[in-house]
Design a protein around this ligand. Structure first.
Ligand SMILES: [Zn+2]
Length: 1006
């Protein structure tokens, strides 16, 4: 770095330091309260969805008023104007995506004004992530990312005063423990939300338990997290909505027959008095806001000013109510200073229900293809971020494209995006945004590969339809193709790769020219039959690849090679004879399926499909999977498909009308057996099919399902599920993951703290979100299902796991979207395809460690890039940092450009205390390889130096006398801080089970 640059940086640093040290933001800026009174914290806020009934942009700009009156840009305009009129006024701003969009358009003068408001604590960022994310269907990696993006924007523009202290998850549909855990790891002091099961809430009202300390991890220490439930949703008290969207009366204090000061103040104090009875301290929080309110903030503040004036005036005549403008942070700070104790919470708040007939468990599965697309978005985001660091990309376009993908992934985490609870038009808009963002990310990744492999002319094209085995690039160039694989995991990984090709003979070679065994499998005819699919490629070439970070394989058409042959079916079992079969195979695909076979159906009515690790038995009479043998255990596991017919389900809610109807009919199947891959192609009915695969060396069974169009000609909606029934005596207990990290124990018909009302919805009320894994076990055997997107899952009988795959409804129940969730494609119901992975294990120590590893491989498999081999020049690949020195349980959670001269590195020990140990390793080599000058450790989000983290600590009920002075949590370990000149031993990193550590590496800039 040159001296001028260094000096400029130093000055910039000093400058921002001076501004920050003068500012009185945070808790120091909180309004004064009165110790002998009930302090009513009025918290002005607006809940601004990043898409729901309108698109993100429609909400921002305010068009489409016919759908919903909402224009977020005006909210900021008027709130800022009103805040600047009176230093007592406060506002909390939550969704950073909207704020950032507004900020871009402001003049320097306006920006200075806003900075002043922030520095004085009048405008307080709360939550502060790019969106207010859902908590059921999200993966922790994407939540961390979207907080990092939002908080970085605030940090870059406002410094420490812009840093949120409190989570504000008021509209999420149930709450996960992992979310609380992530908040705590980001250094947040607490969170507030507004939804929990009605019975839970009632009980907590009775027991003064609406505010609690959440023990947010079974494994990590000191993850206590204060959590508060709002009493009256997130709305102003009934009758006190002064917003232009409301009909409530203003405060009329002039000489008028309509003067209502007396009655309004009576009503308000009455409300506050009741509220105070539901909470423990002498402080109560009253949110003043709702969806898209404050478009004309003048009305809100004018009336709140009067409310405050007249409520407080009564103190002169003995009233004990003190009302103040406040923020969620200031309210929490008051609770902390009260030195009280609070009840404990250990599990989570899922599923949510607001009445006995309404469990919000449908959204766990709603819009299954959008839920998968979001995962694709995360996949390319991680790949593009890592590659950008490795190739040191720095162009403006590359930086912008990567930022855009980060931001759109933040939008996708929103509680009406990944949940699928938005209107269809909005869903289409999310697809458009994500598709554009993915293209940008994929282009950035290709740029990086061109640099790293020294192949400036190679395409490194990504294909986004590989899930239906379609890729224009391989179609046109299958004769001579290079597949470059990028492995986003820390360790060298071996995986099977599938490439769509024509029905020809191919040879695969690796970078050293060695021939790699490969096999050609037919694409199931049900996939070829998809109306929109281009059918030039009807086969997939499958080969095993081992990749550290980057590896290329070459596919070449050959005339005939001995060991490469199209796989012929070894078994074709037709449950119906040809004439009776209603399942007409379209003529143009007959060829694939009329291959001759020598295989005989065995006499015992079973078909065995096996490799060295796994043995599957298919029942010839039914076509179903019947028995699984693996890991030294054998179990009868019967898989079936079924549906719940209902006229009452919606985007959010799965409402069961009748019992599960299992599809009992026997069905056809065909077996294809290669040396390393075995496939069973099953035709379940006219609109459900499946391929079961086992790969040599891979210890799980892959089940790729294809469901749709779900028929609705009987005018009933349907929830489509698959069921795995075993003899495992699970005793009503099963386990589901929390956002892809820790597992949570579920017990049929039970909740941790209350009795759920399952009288009307015994099935729906037993559904839980499964974002990566669900399992059950007895003393000997354990059955596990992993998935490739978020879904709802349940165990309604011992030994039985059920996963909801698809939903289609024709009923609009009046909740929100006001339309049925009935996704269409080409005028027909949507067809969805996805994968489940089944494994069976002996119950023994650390058996679940392999499940964790599988989760990572499924979440972040190799990304495939395709190029024409004719464009290849000399092969000189740049040497890359080697993450294989990390202990086996360490995941490279994030490697991304953080600023022009900084890289963010986030590492995670992904095993818990029952599966793994404390691990230590040294990152000096990685630091040097990345050109590191200095390294510092931060909180989980990357924006706060870990040494500055000081979280509010609250006192548990029953844990001894209350403290006499406020207590805090600081980092349990000494934050890593080192520079290049220091000894390698200063770069040692220790990770406890499930611990994540985040580092910013300052590096040399070329
Ligand atoms: Zn919302």
């Amino acid at each position: 770095m040159n001296y001028i640059k260094a000096l400029a940086l130093l000055l910039a640093f000093l400058g921002s330091h001076i501004i920050q040290s003068e500012a009185v933001c945070g808790y120091e800026s909180c309004p004064e309260t009165k110790s002998d009174m009930i302090n009513i914290h009025l918290v002005p806020h607006s809940h601004d969805d990043l898409g729901w009934l309108k698109t993100v942009d429609q909400y921002y700009y305010g068009n489409k008023h016919n759908i919903q009156h909402a224009g977020v840009q005006y909210i900021f305009d008027t709130v800022v104007a009103e805040l600047s009129k009176d230093s007592r006024r406060r506002f909390i701003q939550v969704e950073t995506a909207f704020f950032a969009k507004w900020w871009e358009d402001q003049s320097e003068t306006k920006k200075q004004l806003v900075k002043k408001l922030v520095n004085e604590g009048r405008l307080e960022f709360t939550g502060g992530a790019w969106s207010m994310n859902d908590e059921a269907a999200v993966n922790y990696q994407s939540v961390i990312d979207q907080f990092a993006v939002g908080l970085k924007f605030l940090n870059d523009n406002f410094g420490v005063c812009g840093r949120p202290r409190v989570g504000w998850q008021i509209d999420a549909f149930g709450h996960s423990r992992e979310q609380a855990s992530m908040f705590a790891q980001m250094g947040f002091d607490g969170q507030f939300f507004a939804r929990m099961d009605q019975n839970d809430k009632n009980k907590r009202v009775d027991n003064l338990g609406l505010e609690m300390i959440w023990d947010a991890s079974e494994t990590l220490k000191e993850l206590d997290f204060f959590t508060g439930m709002l009493y009256n949703h997130y709305s102003a008290p009934p009758g006190f909505c002064f917003d232009s969207l409301c009909q409530d009366d203003p405060i009329i204090d002039g000489r008028s027959y309509d003067n209502n000061v007396q009655s309004r103040v009576d009503d308000f104090i009455n409300y506050a008095s009741n509220l105070a009875g539901y909470y423990r301290s002498s402080h109560i929080m009253v949110p003043m806001g709702d969806d898209f309110q404050y478009e004309n903030a003048y009305m809100n503040y004018k009336n709140m000013d009067k409310l405050i004036k007249y409520v407080n005036e009564r103190q002169a005549s003995g009233s004990k109510y003190n009302i103040i403008y406040s923020t969620a942070g200031c309210y929490l700070n008051s609770l902390h200073k009260s030195l009280q104790s609070w009840p404990n919470k250990t599990q989570d708040f899922l599923p949510h229900s607001h009445e006995a007939k309404s469990f919000w468990t449908g959204f766990f599965t709603s819009r299954p293809t959008q839920k998968r697309f979001e995962r694709d978005g995360n996949h390319i985001l991680q790949v593009a971020k890592q590659l950008s660091v490795l190739a040191e990309l720095s162009s403006e376009k590359q930086t912008k494209d990567l930022d855009y993908l980060r931001q759109i992934m933040g939008v996708m985490q929103h509680h009406d995006a990944i949940t699928g609870t938005e209107k269809q038009e909005v869903s289409n808009d999310y697809d458009r945004l994500l598709y554009d963002a993915i293209l940008g990310g994929a282009n950035t990744a290709s740029d990086a590969l061109r640099v790293l492999t020294n192949q400036p002319n190679c395409e490194f094209e990504s294909c986004l339809k590989l899930n239906i085995s379609e890729c224009a690039f391989t179609k046109d160039n299958a004769d001579d193709l290079m597949v470059t694989l990028y492995n986003p995991l820390a360790h060298t990984s071996t995986q099977y790769v599938r490439v769509p090709v024509k029905n020809e003979n191919y040879q695969v070679t690796d970078e050293k020219g060695r021939v790699v065994a490969s096999e050609l499998f037919p694409v199931p005819w049900q996939v070829l039959a998809l109306e929109f699919r281009n059918n030039d490629t009807q086969h997939e070439l499958v080969f095993k690849a081992t990749v550290n970070k980057i590896a290329s394989y070459y596919i070449k058409k050959v005339d005939k090679v001995e060991d490469i042959d199209s796989i012929q079916p070894t078994q074709i079992k037709q449950a119906f004879n040809e004439e009776e079969s209603k399942l007409e195979v379209p003529k143009r695909f007959k060829k694939v399926h009329s291959l001759k076979t020598d295989a005989q159906t065995s006499d015992d009515g079973e078909t065995v499909v096996q490799n060295s690790l796994i043995k599957l038995i298919i029942d010839n009479n039914t076509g179903r999977l019947k028995t699984v043998e693996m890991n030294g255990v054998s179990e009868n596991i019967e898989q079936s498909f079924g549906m719940y017919k209902t006229a009452r389900s919606c985007h959010y809610i799965f409402r069961q009308d009748s019992d599960l109807e299992i599809l009992e009919d026997a069905f056809d199947f065909t077996v294809y057996e290669g040396d390393s891959v075995k496939e069973v192609h099953q035709q379940i009915n006219e609109w459900i099919s499946q391929v079961i695969r086992i790969y040599e060396g891979v210890n799980r069974v892959e089940l790729e399902w294809l469901v749709g169009p779900v028929p609705i000609d009987d005018e009933l909606g349907k929830e489509i599920v698959t069921v795995f029934k075993s003899g495992i005596a699970s005793d009503g207990v099963f386990y589901t993951d929390s956002n892809g990290r820790e597992m949570i124990k579920r017990e049929k018909d039970k909740r941790e703290d209350f009795n759920p009302d399952l009288s009307e919805q015994p099935v729906s009320g037993n559904y839980y979100p499964v974002t990566s894994r669900m399992a059950l076990q007895d003393a000997n055997k354990r059955m596990v299902l992993l998935n490739d997107r978020s879904q709802g899952g349940a165990s309604l009988e011992d030994g039985r796991l059920e996963m909801m795959l698809h939903r289609r409804h024709i009923f609009a129940d009046g909740s929100g979207a006001a339309e049925a969730i009935n996704e269409q494609q080409f005028g027909k119901g949507l067809i969805a395809r996805g994968k489940l992975y089944l494994s069976l294990n002996a119950v023994e120590d650390k058996a679940t460690a392999s499940e964790r590893k599988a989760e990572k491989e499924i979440h972040l498999p190799f990304w495939k890039f395709f190029s024409k081999t004719s464009n290849i020049q000399k092969e000189v690949t740049k040497s890359l940092p080697d993450f294989n020195d990390f202990p086996q349980s360490v995941h490279l959670l994030t490697l991304e450009p953080y600023s022009n001269d900084e890289v963010l590195l986030r590492v995670e020990n992904f095993l818990d205390q029952t599966e793994g140990n404390v691990v230590s390793f040294n990152i000096r080599q990685i630091f040097d390889d990345l050109g590191g000058l200095e390294i510092r450790e931060t909180t989980l989000d990357g924006n706060l130096p870990l040494s500055d983290m000081k979280r509010l600590k609250f006192h548990h009920d029953g844990s001894g006398p209350n403290p006499t002075a406020p207590e805090y949590f600081t980092s349990l370990h000494k934050p890593l801080a080192a520079d290049k000149s220091q000894d390698a031993s200063d770069f040692s990193v220790t990770l406890n089970p499930l611990q994540i550590r985040t580092f910013i590496i300052k590096k040399e800039v070329a």
